[in-house]
Design a protein around this ligand. Structure first.
Ligand code: SF4
Ligand code: SF4
Length: 277
């Protein structure tokens, strides 16, 4: 059976080290891979890149890195935009921009909603990640970015082989497209793209001390979770839906109950919540 390449990116494992970015530069920038890709310039093109996301407000802040690259889609918008078969999908699922046929076809750049196609002004050529197809065809098991990732945040393999690590992660953890609304049949799938959080800190008003080991609950949108505050009185509820309504309650024996309505239009820092007798 033909191979069917796919990748799973686990955002929770990405440390933002940029080793994948540098490996891609090392493999491709200024390098000709005849029949696959023409040499992109040293700067201005990022066939794999990191979106840096800072969420929340001080001091309840989280920082994440989301690696982004061509999703090697099963229904690629870029193919439809190209003339003369200048963009095509290989039998193994990798989408290639033909470096000869695509010359002059600037419309290909704007066809991708993920914005992962770049314009080479000097060569008048649309260019993007080819999944290191030039290496895979020589027997390499994975693209350079995957090979260099020190945390295994990037996992690559044959989705037609149920024993491959990537197939097993797909079956067990159900990764998803970065933007499912595009409906492109993404073959680069994600785990743990951060959702919204609600955080805060509980303080005893009478003593002005952090309230450790106090139960805080959040309810709404199918969520019913409890959290014991830590030594600093802090609590975090993560993986909440966006633009959803929740109720946060703090019920500590001997103190007045606190009940707050929150809406997750953004990540929410409730600040210090004071327990009063
Ligand atoms: S992510 Fe964009 S460039 Fe890559 S195959 Fe899909 S539509 Fe084409
Ligand atoms: S190499 Fe791995 S850990 Fe480092 S930035 Fe890339 S995906 Fe993240």
């Amino acid at each position: 059976m033909a191979k069917n390449y796919g990748m799973v990116i686990d955002v929770a494992k990405c440390t933002g080290c940029y080793a994948c970015f540098l490996a891609c530069k090392d493999e491709n920038a200024g390098e000709e891979h005849p029949g696959y890709t023409a040499a992109p310039p040293m700067t201005g093109q990022h066939w794999i890149n990191l979106i840096e996301v800072e969420r929340g407000t001080f001091p309840k802040v989280k920082h994440n890195h989301i690696p982004v690259t061509c999703a090697q889609c099963d229904n690629p918008a870029c193919i439809d935009s190209a003339e003369n078969g200048a963009v095509y999908k290989r039998e193994d699922g990798i989408v290639i921009i033909d470096p000869v046929k695509a010359v002059g076809q600037k419309q290909i750049v704007n066809s991708c909603p993920y914005r992962v196609i770049f314009w080479n002004e000097e060569k008048q050529l649309a260019q993007k990640c080819d999944g290191c197809a030039h290496l895979l065809d020589k027997g390499y098991k994975e693209p350079r970015c995957v090979e260099m990732c020190p945390t295994s945040a990037l996992l690559f393999g044959d989705l037609n082989d149920p024993k491959s690590a990537v197939s097993q992660v797909v079956a067990a953890q159900k990764p998803y497209a970065r933007t499912p609304e595009y409906d492109l049949g993404d073959k680069v799938l994600y785990l743990n793209i951060p959702r919204k959080f609600v955080a805060g800190a509980v303080v005893y008003k009478d003593s002005d001390q952090c309230a450790e080991n106090v139960t805080v609950t959040i309810k709404g949108e199918g969520v019913d979770q409890s959290y014991k505050t830590d030594i600093f009185g802090d609590f975090w509820f993560e993986e909440l839906k966006s633009k959803a309504d929740y109720t946060v309650e703090i019920a500590e024996p001997g103190y007045k109950k606190i009940s707050l309505k929150v809406r997750t239009n953004t990540d929410v820092n409730l600040g210090n919540l004071f327990l009063e007798k």
